[in-house]
Design a protein around this ligand. Structure first.
Ligand SMILES: C[S@@+](CC[C@H](N)C(=O)[O-])C[C@H]1O[C@@H](n2cnc3c(N)ncnc32)[C@H](O)[C@@H]1O
Length: 289
């Protein structure tokens, strides 16, 4: 029953102690050259903005932060270091058209998909660096180059880089869970333990982008549950005497999709994330291996 379920959403937030080294890695991967105009999404403390100002000069740096208070604190911190870049308060998923075109765009919050506005605002040959995330909380840094044709192409870089998701893309509240006893049960060769592997989880979330994962103790056993709030679909997987069983309900069979997707990935030799390519067109983002 929904009322007596104790679940824990599995998340991998970036701790503040690892932030400076992550930011430095991001800026190294951004490959800035003198004279580059940079748009940063996620001003945060202003640390990375300050490093960009130091490297390029404040006139070439614009940073967008969704939280007005956070932006104002960053402004004070940067000012105390004598840096006065353009700081914008707003949703960075829309970029900042007024300063376009940029040579580099770096997002220090994660995104589900690279917004096309970023591509439109980046000059041909320019670079977009962002962490691609999903609601199963496996993420990876992607570096894309914008082509003359308005398409951005690139690869994942590896390193299991993880940032907080951009605000409008946070997962919806789970609310009342569906009745997890009311579904079709069958055996599955794909155990839920596969989701403890970062790369397999990344691959899985591409197949079920609307799904969130919970682990819960129910009926004296541990169940891994995927819930897609949008469609109302769910899958609950547990181990029973050495075999795995899945129960599924709602309009879509989430675990069928997971099995199919992981099957294709295994058949390709289970490539590492560094071997994945990313293409973003006006129609959307495609990730391939
Ligand atoms: C990991 S922190 C940024 C770290 C920062 N670069 C630094 O050096 O401190 C992520 C920031 O992105 C901001 N953020 C989240 N969603 C955003 C959005 N849609 N547009 C702009 N900023 C966003 C958060 O408020 C947060 O301050």
């Amino acid at each position: 029953m929904p009322g007596d379920i104790r679940g824990e959403i599995l998340r991998t937030p970036t701790s503040s102690s690892t932030m400076p080294s992550l930011v430095v890695r991001m800026l190294e991967e951004l490959q800035v050259d003198a004279g580059n105009r940079v748009l940063e999404i996620g001003t945060g403390t202003g640390y990375s903005t300050g490093l960009l100002c130091h490297r390029l000069g404040e006139d070439l740096v614009t940073s967008v932060e969704v939280d007005a208070e956070v932006s104002s604190r960053a402004s004070a911190a940067l000012g105390s270091c004598n840096y006065f870049p353009e700081l914008v308060v707003g949703d960075g998923l829309a970029g900042h058209k007024d300063g376009a075109p940029y040579d580099r765009l770096v997002a220090t919050c994660g995104v589900l998909e690279v917004p096309h506005a970023w591509i439109e605002q980046t000059a041909p040959g320019g670079v977009i660096l962002a962490t691609l995330c999903g609601w199963l909380y496996a993420s990876e840094l992607a570096r894309l180059t914008v082509g003359e044709d308005g398409v951005a192409r690139g690869r994942l870089l590896g390193g299991q880089i993880s940032f907080m998701l951009a605000r409008p893309q946070l997962p919806p509240l789970l609310g009342m869970l569906p009745d997890l006893d009311d579904g079709e049960e069958r055996e599955t060769a794909t155990g839920a333990d596969v989701l403890n592997n970062w790369t397999a989880r990344f691959v899985t979330q591409l197949a079920v982008p609307g799904a969130q994962r919970l682990t819960m103790e129910r009926n004296g056993r541990t169940e891994d549950v995927l819930v897609d709030v949008g469609s109302g679909s769910w899958a609950a997987v547990h181990e029973d005497g050495g075999r795995w069983l899945v129960r599924q309900g709602g309009p879509e069979r989430l675990w069928d999709r997971v099995e199919e997707q992981l099957g294709r990935w295994y058949a390709a030799g289970a490539p590492e994330l560094e071997e994945f390519t990313v293409t973003v067109t006006p129609e959307g983002q495609t990730v391939r291996w």
